[in-house]
Design a protein around this ligand. Structure first.
Ligand code: HEC
Ligand code: HEC
Ligand code: HEC
Ligand code: HEC
Ligand code: HEC
Ligand code: HEC
Ligand code: HEC
Ligand code: HEC
Length: 327
């Protein structure tokens, strides 16, 4: 193009417009606190529907304000773009495991074991991008986990649709028996199966849910970080990304038990729950003040403080149990 032929006011006009569209583009992104591209992409929508990101964006020029992201995107290249920015109106693949794997982001999340929330109780298999997306479809990947932003929004048609206040609300959008999500339906395997009863359990029966404890029982005592009347999140006890324990019980404190004081949580304390002996789980939060029954006996992971350390606990402590003290 011969620039000499274009009057300078037109060039100025074009520059003004380019600057405006950059400003607009970023506003769209920031205002929603999310990274997904919208049909305004390119400022005027001219870049919406295009799949070749490399055609217009040069790796080394982008992400100068987001240090955490810059390095890993340069390392993984254009295959990574849609993971964070969405499909841009095309059908390009959204990849997650490309970065979230034991080599690049080993602790975010911890997924060292094969048992995980793969939406199938009968089978164990590694999590795929599709599984990640079923739970996180618009994460801002800022290194801080916020349930309302980082978890996929599922609505319940017969309820007021508010953002999640905690992770448990997200779980209960599926683990209920009246309003399950299309594509993720579940059936009870036995009477009062927590798979479909958790909403009722958590809202009305379980002591770790909304029902309040008083902290005045025989074996009372909680470790620093937890208090009586605290609602305990599902993922304090259940690992979504990987564990060796059945029923997805967490197998190390740094993959759950979120409120526990750091020195203990990050140690981490290991948890094994074979034969329905949950002592190693319970003892990460509970520590009986009065030394009664077996509460001074070690549970095998270095901690003691539960009234029973051997044998099965499930006949007295299970979800939805109103007798004894339940769960
Ligand atoms: C035809 C050129 C073109 C293509 C192809 C393109 N973009 Fe863009 N993109 C732009 C322009 C122009 C802007 C606005 C100016 C700026 O911020 O760089 C933009 C802005 C963005 C932004 C900032 C937010 C926004 O809403 O404007 C992101 C993120 C982005 N592009 C990602 C991508 C990804 C991912 C791809 C591949 C799927 C892609 N772009 C393909 C031209 C393009
Ligand atoms: C790990 C998540 C992640 C991936 C992967 C990613 N981005 Fe981004 N991108 C971000 C974040 C975070 C911002 C900053 C958003 C803000 O400032 O609001 C951003 C901003 C941008 C912007 C606009 C501002 C800037 O920094 O230039 C463009 C353009 C962009 N990304 C393009 C791309 C392209 C092209 C790819 C693939 C090569 C890609 N992004 C991959 C997270 C990511
Ligand atoms: C059944 C839903 C579910 C699935 C499937 C799932 N996640 Fe998560 N993820 C969660 C929940 C809930 C949290 C917050 C509690 C926690 O950290 O366990 C979380 C937390 C995270 C975190 C931040 C916490 C940390 O440990 O740093 C990352 C990163 C993450 N998930 C990535 C992924 C990736 C990648 C996949 C696919 C390989 C995936 N998730 C699959 C539900 C899920
Ligand atoms: C280019 C690499 C890259 C890709 C691709 C990527 N992520 Fe991330 N993700 C990151 C980084 C970096 C962080 C921040 C980690 C940290 O500092 O703890 C992160 C953080 C997260 C978090 C934790 C919440 C938060 O806001 O930090 C979740 C959840 C997550 N990613 C899910 C996904 C999912 C789901 C996909 C695929 C759709 C995906 N990621 C694709 C690099 C990536
Ligand atoms: C999108 C729907 C959905 C969401 C959200 C969801 N689940 Fe699930 N969950 C399922 C399905 C489907 C199964 C498998 C049911 C089957 O195979 O019959 C399952 C299975 C489980 C299992 C049994 C797994 C096993 O292998 O024994 C547990 C425990 C569980 N979910 C806990 C959670 C927790 C905790 C959360 C929230 C962090 C959560 N789920 C969020 C749909 C969901
Ligand atoms: C992540 C921490 C955590 C774990 C793990 C945990 N608990 Fe708790 N537990 C609590 C908290 C916090 C309370 C107080 C809840 C309340 O008052 O609403 C509590 C309360 C209780 C109560 C009722 C106490 C009262 O005063 O009414 C019982 C019973 C109980 N837990 C049993 C168990 C059993 C059994 C296990 C192991 C299967 C277990 N807990 C695992 C944190 C935990
Ligand atoms: C025979 C029934 C029974 C069995 C089996 C049982 N518990 Fe309990 N557990 C109880 C009862 C009852 C209470 C509440 C006592 C009270 O109300 O004073 C309780 C309370 C607890 C508490 C809560 C302490 C608090 O904060 O008040 C924990 C933790 C606990 N049990 C752990 C375990 C573990 C771990 C096992 C298995 C190794 C187990 N229990 C097996 C009946 C049982
Ligand atoms: C204090 C720890 C704790 C908390 C909090 C917790 N669970 Fe559990 N969960 C357990 C234990 C222990 C079992 C095994 C005993 C039983 O089946 O009731 C279990 C069993 C389950 C099962 C049956 C799994 C299977 O494969 O049979 C599901 C589903 C489940 N929980 C979902 C949830 C959901 C959803 C939440 C939150 C709303 C939650 N749990 C909160 C400890 C916990």
């Amino acid at each position: 193009m011969n620039f000499k032929k274009i009057p300078s006011f037109i060039i100025l006009f074009i520059c003004f417009f380019a600057v405006q569209s950059i400003a607009q583009a970023r506003d769209v992104l920031l205002e929603k606190n999310q990274l997904l591209l919208t049909p305004n992409h390119g400022g005027d929508g001219s870049a919406w529907g295009l799949s070749d990101c490399s055609g217009c964006h040069v790796l080394r020029n982008i992400h100068n304000t987001v240090v955490k992201v810059k390095g890993i995107v340069e390392q993984t290249g254009y295959a990574s773009c849609a993971g964070c920015h969405g499909q841009n109106g095309t059908s390009i693949k959204r990849e997650c495991v490309l970065c979230h794997n034991e080599h690049l982001l080993a602790k975010s999340p911890i997924m060292q074991d094969i048992k995980n929330h793969n939406f199938n109780v009968l089978e164990d298999s590694v999590l795929t991008d599709k599984d990640c997306l079923a739970c996180h479809d618009a994460s801002d990947m800022d290194g801080e986990f916020e349930p309302a932003v980082d978890l996929k929004h599922y609505s319940l048609p017969k309820s007021i649709d508010l953002p999640y206040r905690n992770g448990s609300e997200f779980c209960l959008r599926c683990h209920n028996n009246t309003q399950q999500q299309a594509g993720y339906e579940m059936q009870a395997r036995f009477k009062r199966d927590p798979l479909v009863r958790m909403a009722v359990n958590y809202q009305h029966i379980d002591i770790h849910g909304e029902r309040k404890g008083e902290g005045d029982r025989t074996y009372t005592g909680l470790r620093e970080g937890y208090e009586y009347k605290t609602v305990v999140d599902c993922t304090d006890c259940h690992a979504m990304h990987g564990t060796h324990n059945k029923k997805l019980i967490v197998d190390r404190t740094d993959a759950g038990v979120s409120l526990l004081k750091e020195s203990l949580r990050l140690a981490p304390i290991h948890i094994d729950t074979s034969a329905n002996n949950y002592a190693q789980l319970c003892v990460t939060c509970h520590d009986s003040e009065d030394k009664v029954e077996e509460s001074e006996q070690g549970t095998g992971n270095g901690l003691s403080g539960v009234h029973q350390s051997g044998g099965s606990c499930i006949e007295c402590h299970a979800h939805g149990m109103a007798a004894q003290t339940g769960l």
